[in-house]
Design a protein around this ligand. Structure first.
Ligand SMILES: Cc1ncc(C[n+]2csc(CCOP(=O)(O)OP(=O)(O)O)c2C)c(N)n1
Ligand code: SF4
Length: 345
């Protein structure tokens, strides 16, 4: 008797998880970046994202190679080192219907690319920007990056004497409306944060500690699997209910703070640290600074503000994606041009 394998589960679009997969990873076995890719695939499958409506972007680094490993059907641009934000901003303005996902490294984002990144956050470009944070430049063989903790030690003994830049406090300072930190070794939390980011409209900065097993996973590294596990301090237990499941799933009243996203999806926060309020920006900054002093590695959806105007609102961009506008709208004629010129005088 022959038995047939059970059919793979499908989502509301009739797609299987395999439909969200990309090429085979060429990263080192055990690299944290591959776990992040896996959660992106899971989150997009669960959120019924249409992969052909995704724009995926990156800079240069091992982390920046990863968009090749998910969503084969998506649009993609692997940019120059640190230049992903301007490429993504252009794509986002040209087609406001895209779901934008950027993957970068701590080197790509916090050194050569920091100038671009801060202006992307300031403009509130709707995109999920993941920093796969291992404290080193993995691709160029493990030099310290700008997120390496003060006093951390490289494999061959070099000590880092510079204070780190924290992507999350930087994003909070810039008024980013969605700031999160997670760990590639905590798939459940990361999955929930990614789904919430997919429901958000605006820049999402997600700093994910993602150990580099080849150059920065030893005992004296503060970005190793062991160190992250030993010091991981989740600020809350997160729950996520997508807008189209609200009728089936109940969020327990009373104990949780609930934030509703523009598409109707909800995130619930059950506080593990008393009085942490994820909608209080200054409070979040204070807790993060205190955490650094205590040596705590604080994770969760640190801050969320669903009301911030995006670049589309600020620039009054047309509802119709610019890429779909016809000739008549794109070439409105001499009179309109003259009016524009007059307005500038
Ligand atoms: C303009 C330019 N400068 C320097 C480099 C060399 N370079 C390649 S990747 C990289 C840093 C990668 O580190 P990170 O972004 O943290 O990614 P990881 O490899 O650790 O995932 C550098 C400096 C480059 N490719 N282009
Ligand atoms: S060198 Fe490090 S960051 Fe790059 S693939 Fe290997 S483990 Fe990952």
């Amino acid at each position: 008797m022959t038995t047939t394998a059970p059919a793979a589960p499908t989502n509301k679009l009739g797609l299987t998880k395999q439909d969200y997969v990309g090429s085979k990873s060429t990263l080192c076995a055990g690299c944290g970046h591959d776990s992040i890719t896996a959660q992106l695939i899971n989150a997009a499958f669960e959120m019924n994202i249409e992969a052909h409506k995704v724009g995926k972007y990156s800079g240069i680094g091992c982390s920046s190679k990863t968009p090749a490993y998910f969503f084969n059907q998506a649009w993609g641009f692997n940019s120059v080192h640190g230049r992903m934000p301007s490429i993504a901003t252009g794509a986002c303005v040209a087609n406001r219907e895209l779901v934008n996902i950027g993957v970068s490294g701590d080197g790509d984002s916090m050194s050569i690319g920091i100038g671009q990144l801060v202006h992307m956050i300031r403009r509130n470009v709707p995109m999920i920007y993941i920093i796969e944070d291992n404290g080193v430049y993995g691709l160029t063989k493990g030099q310290f990056s700008a997120t390496a903790d003060l006093g951390s030690v490289l494999k061959h003994g070099t000590v880092n004497e510079l204070a780190p830049i924290d992507p999350c406090t930087l994003a909070l300072e810039l008024g980013c409306g969605f700031v999160a930190r997670s760990f590639s070794g905590d798939p459940k939390q990361l999955n929930t944060i990614l789904k919430a980011a997919m429901a958000h409209n605006g820049t999402c900065i997600i700093d994910v500690i993602s150990p580099c097993v080849t150059f920065n996973n030893h005992d004296s590294s503060t970005k190793s699997y062991k160190n992250a596990k030993d010091h991981d301090f989740p600020l809350h237990e997160l729950g996520f209910v997508q807008f189209n499941e609200l009728e089936q799933v109940e969020i327990p009243a009373g104990e949780s703070k609930v934030v509703t996203f523009p598409d109707g999806s909800r995130v619930s926060f059950r506080a593990l640290r008393e009085d942490y309020d994820p909608t209080d920006r200054f409070g979040a900054m204070k807790v993060l600074h205190e955490g650094v002093e205590k040596g705590e590695f604080l994770t969760g959806l640190l801050y969320v503000n669903t009301q911030k105007p995006t670049i589309h609102d600020i620039t009054h961009i047309a509802d119709m994606p610019l890429v779909h506008l016809g000739q008549a709208a794109l070439k409105p004629g001499k009179d309109v041009l003259a009016q524009c010129m007059d307005a500038l005088m």
